[in-house]
Design a protein around this ligand. Structure first.
Ligand code: SF4
Ligand code: SF4
Length: 268
């Protein structure tokens, strides 16, 4: 056998040996991936916003397929996505109520005092590292727009008054703004909620009066006025129970700082 023939035979034997090894390895290390995970991932929005509580859309899809998350786990996708997921899985979609984000602070640049002029990085989380933020109210919106910058759906903008504004049509209730805000000012609420105290301060009324013209004083006038007993004062902050509130407006007139407001949404 000449050297050329020997080399061809050796290469052939090597190739055969390697293909056998690869074939065995494929069998031994095979991990089954449910094809429905890919199919569900395909019908999710692909925004990887994390609003579902998972690292991204494919993780959410895996959780749905494995029964660890409901078919409507993707808040960003809403009812349409839930229906599409349900169709892939051959189940019925239990679609929850539409939700939207609301900004629970009315202490804009004209109404809320500042302790000092912050000149650092334009990020609310960075601002918190400097004496816990420049706002006198330790609960109030810092106004640097970290929520605006991080909203994956462009549903937030910074108003001229220094407070974020929500575009109801664009908001998917993904909750990203809630997570990134160091003061927990945005909250996702059910679309049926008719009224809320748009303040987050738990300071006593005397202090609130000194530092903000739009803060909850915890005075309880709203609570007394509410015929449905839908309002409680929790650590000097008025909290409306959405299930009991009928939106009658009795509290709106009584609130001395006007922070209890009607929440009549335009979204459907
Ligand atoms: S809501 Fe939160 S993240 Fe947004 S501007 Fe205010 S403090 Fe910053
Ligand atoms: S406003 Fe908040 S909840 Fe709404 S889409 Fe933007 S980040 Fe998500």
């Amino acid at each position: 056998m000449g050297p050329t023939i020997t080399a061809i035979v050796a290469m052939g034997a090597l190739g055969l040996g390697l293909s056998v090894v690869l074939g065995v390895a494929a069998k031994v290390f095979y991990i089954y991936v449910d094809p429905r995970i890919g199919a569900v991932t395909d019908v999710l929005p692909g925004a990887n916003c994390g609003g579902c509580g998972y690292a991204g859309c494919s993780d959410c899809a895996a959780a749905i397929v494995e029964g660890k998350a409901p078919v409507n786990a993707c808040k960003a996708g809403g009812a349409g996505t839930a229906a599409a997921v349900a169709q892939v899985l051959g189940v019925s979609a239990a679609v929850g109520e539409r939700e939207v984000a609301r900004i629970f602070c009315k202490g804009d640049s004209a109404k809320a005092e500042r302790k000092f002029k912050y000149m650092g990085i334009n990020d609310c989380r960075a601002a918190m590292l400097v004496s816990s933020g420049d706002k006198s109210c330790s609960y109030g919106c810092l106004g640097l727009g970290t929520c605006v910058a991080n909203c994956p759906f462009g549903a937030l903008s910074m108003g001229e008054d220094g407070l974020p504004k929500v575009d109801d049509e664009k908001c998917t209730a993904c909750g990203t703004c809630v997570k990134v805000c160091p003061r927990h000012i945005p909250k996702v609420v059910p679309v049926s909620q008719k009224a809320a105290s748009l303040c987050s301060s738990h300071d006593v009324g005397k202090l609130v009066k000194e530092i903000c013209d739009a803060g909850c004083l915890g005075c309880g006038l709203c609570k007394k006025a509410c015929p449905e007993k839908a309002i409680e004062i929790v650590k000097f902050l008025s909290v409306v129970d959405a299930k009991k509130c009928t939106g009658c407006g009795a509290c709106f007139e009584k609130c001395p700082t006007g922070i209890i407001q009607s929440l009549v949404f335009t979204v459907v």
